[in-house]
Design a protein around this ligand. Structure first.
Ligand SMILES: Cc1cc2nc3c(=O)[nH]c(=O)nc-3n(C[C@H](O)[C@H](O)[C@H](O)COP(=O)(O)O)c2cc1C
Length: 226
C-alpha cells in the first residue's frame, strides 16, 4: 500500500467498526504498536502495556463482555439524546455504527487493549510540608491527567492503522465491566485498561471527517461567549 501523508491520515482516519475476519499480519500489528510507543507520556513514564488478543475463544468471551457493557451505554445515549452539532441522521448513523460493534466486537481478528500501570505518587511524608498539606489535591491531579498518558498512544494507533489501510475505533464501553476483562486476561490489580480497539481490514471507506467548525471551538486570547 502506498504511503499517505500525515494530514491525509488525520483528515480521513474515521472510526471503522465493520471489520473483515481475515487475519492481519503480525508485522503490521508490530508496526502499529511501535508507532504507539512513540507517543508522549507525563514525566516520560511510559507506563503503558498493550494486550494483543488474537485467540478466537478469548475474543469471543471479550465480545460477550463488551455486549453486556453496551446495554448500559445504550441506555445512557438514549437518555442523553443527540448532541446539538449532529443532525438526526448523523446521530442515528453513529448509534447504528456503535450498535453493530456491540454484536461484533469479538469477530475482529485482533482486539488491542491498551493498559496503564497506576502511577506511584511519592508518600505524603517525604514531601515538603506545604505540598504534603495538599496531598489530596495532588492525588486528584494525578487522577485527572492519568488518561492523558495513554490516549496520545491511541491516536498514534488510529493513524498507523489508517496509514496501513486497517480499520479500528477507540472504544471504552468495556470499562463498565472491566473486572471481568481483567480476570479473563490475567491483568494485574494495579494495571487499568483504557480502551478496547478492534483492528481488521475494513468493509467501509476511510474519511472524510466532519467536525464542529473552528469558529465554534477556538477562542482568541480569552474565552468568548457565543
Ligand atoms: C474516549 C473515546 C471513547 C469511545 N468509545 C466508543 C465506544 O465505546 N464505542 C464506539 O463504537 N465508539 C466509541 N468511540 C468512537 C466515537 O464514537 C467516534 O470517535 C466519534 O463518533 C467520531 O466518529 P469518527 O471518528 O468516525 O469521526 C469513542 C471515542 C473516544 C475518543
Amino acid at each position: 500500500m502506498a504511503e499517505i501523508g500525515l494530514f491525509e491520515a488525520i483528515y480521513s482516519a474515521r472510526s471503522l467498526r465493520r471489520l473483515k475476519p481475515d487475519p492481519v499480519p503480525d508485522e503490521l500489528i508490530t508496526r502499529i504498536l511501535d508507532a504507539a510507543i512513540r507517543a508522549p507520556s507525563a514525566g516520560n513514564a511510559q507506563n503503558w502495556a498493550f494486550i494483543v488478543v488474537r485467540n478466537a475463544e478469548l475474543r469471543d468471551q471479550i465480545g460477550q463482555i463488551y455486549r453486556k457493557a453496551s446495554d448500559i451505554a445504550q441506555a445512557i445515549y438514549a437518555a442523553r439524546g443527540r448532541p446539538a452539532h449532529l443532525s438526526d441522521q448523523q446521530f442515528a448513523r453513529m448509534l447504528q455504527a456503535g450498535a453493530h460493534l456491540w454484536e461484533h466486537m469479538g469477530d475482529a481478528p485482533v482486539l488491542l487493549i491498551p493498559c496503564q500501570h497506576r502511577p506511584l505518587l511519592p508518600l505524603r511524608d517525604v514531601l515538603p510540608p506545604d505540598i504534603a498539606a495538599h496531598y489530596d489535591d495532588e492525588l486528584a491531579y494525578a487522577d485527572r491527567i492519568r488518561g492523558a498518558s495513554i490516549y496520545p498512544a491511541l491516536q498514534n494507533i488510529l493513524l498507523a492503522c489508517r496509514a496501513l489501510g486497517l480499520g479500528t475505533v477507540i472504544t471504552t464501553n468495556h470499562i463498565r465491566c472491566e473486572d471481568e476483562v481483567k480476570a479473563l486476561l490475567g491483568i494485574p490489580e494495579d494495571v487499568d485498561t483504557f480502551a478496547m480497539m478492534p483492528i481488521g481490514w475494513p468493509f467501509d471507506k476511510f474519511g472524510p471527517l466532519t467536525r464542529r467548525p473552528l469558529s465554534e471551538v477556538v477562542h482568541a486570547d480569552r474565552w468568548s461567549a457565543g
